[in-house]
Design a protein around this ligand. Structure first.
Ligand code: SF4
Length: 257
């Protein structure tokens, strides 16, 4: 399979990480175990929960050499879908760290964390950001459209196990979605109290959602010519109310953008 572009992109400016160099281990297509309603990649062309090598580790290392990696603060595994679907994730993290000596961050949708092999590979990272947008299976289906067989229980227990095994920085990333998950915040608080993440990041879906797979949206680019939809969000004040409530109940660091 031929990658659509380079498996390395950026560095792009990230509000949480500074100058972040992106690594895309999926880059032959948009590939994920979710089809989130707000996905900035646009359409997910391959919805799967099967791990395989999509872009070889050799190709990634070659693309790294041709990139501007020296100017990055961190190396972030994200890209054209869910990075834990790449069977060479652990190997690539290890090799990139050997070359760059920079901290590695992995953004995951948490669906494969129930697999001990996936968790073992992630232990090589310095920071892991785990997506959690739902606190009921009905909400999971409406917000994230998971591949069949993925349940909220397997997601939460996977994050919980990772939290026990991983000594680095673990954050929960939650997209607050109007009419979908903005309610029953106490249920989210309860889950967070069990996981005990280092941080909780609350976001709103402010970026446009392309109607087709849009590879350039791996980075910060939002200037594209194709059709897109803009998701209606709750107001910033409402987000702040949710942040305050979560913070009061859990006593965890809760940040918003
Ligand atoms: S998990 Fe990420 S890549 Fe996958 S559909 Fe959701 S937003 Fe898109």
């Amino acid at each position: 399979m031929k990658p659509i572009g380079s498996s390395i992109y950026g560095p792009v400016r990230s509000w949480r990480l500074g100058r972040s160099l992106g690594v895309d281990l999926l880059g032959v297509d948009s590939i994920c175990s979710f089809e989130c309603v707000y996905c900035q990649l646009g359409k997910i062309n391959r919805v799967t929960d099967e791990r395989q090598v999509f872009v070889s580790t050799e190709q990634v290392l070659e693309d790294l050499q041709n990139s501007n990696w020296q100017t990055a603060d961190v190396i972030t595994f994200s890209g054209s879908g869910e990075p834990t679907l790449a069977a060479n994730l652990g190997e690539t993290i290890e090799k990139i760290k050997q070359v760059t000596h920079k901290p590695v961050v992995v953004l995951t949708n948490s669906t494969l964390l129930y697999q001990s092999q996936v968790r073992r590979e992630l232990l090589k990272a310095d920071k892991i950001f785990c997506k959690l947008d739902a606190w009921s299976d009905a909400c999971l289906r409406r917000a994230n459209h998971p591949h069949k067989g993925i349940s909220l229980e397997s997601i939460i227990s996977g994050i919980f196990e990772l939290r026990r095994e991983f000594e680095g920085f673990l954050a929960i990333q939650t997209m607050i979605l109007k009419t979908l998950n903005e309610f029953e915040i106490e249920k989210l608080a309860k889950i967070l109290q069990t996981i005990k993440p280092d941080e909780v990041q609350l976001n709103l879906p402010t970026r446009p959602v392309p109607r087709e797979y849009f590879p350039e949206s791996r980075g910060n680019s939002v200037e594209f010519k194709g059709g897109f939809t803009q998701i209606r969000t709750i107001h910033k004040n409402e987000l702040e109310n949710i942040r305050t409530k979560l913070s009061e109940i859990t006593k965890l660091p809760i940040i918003t953008r």
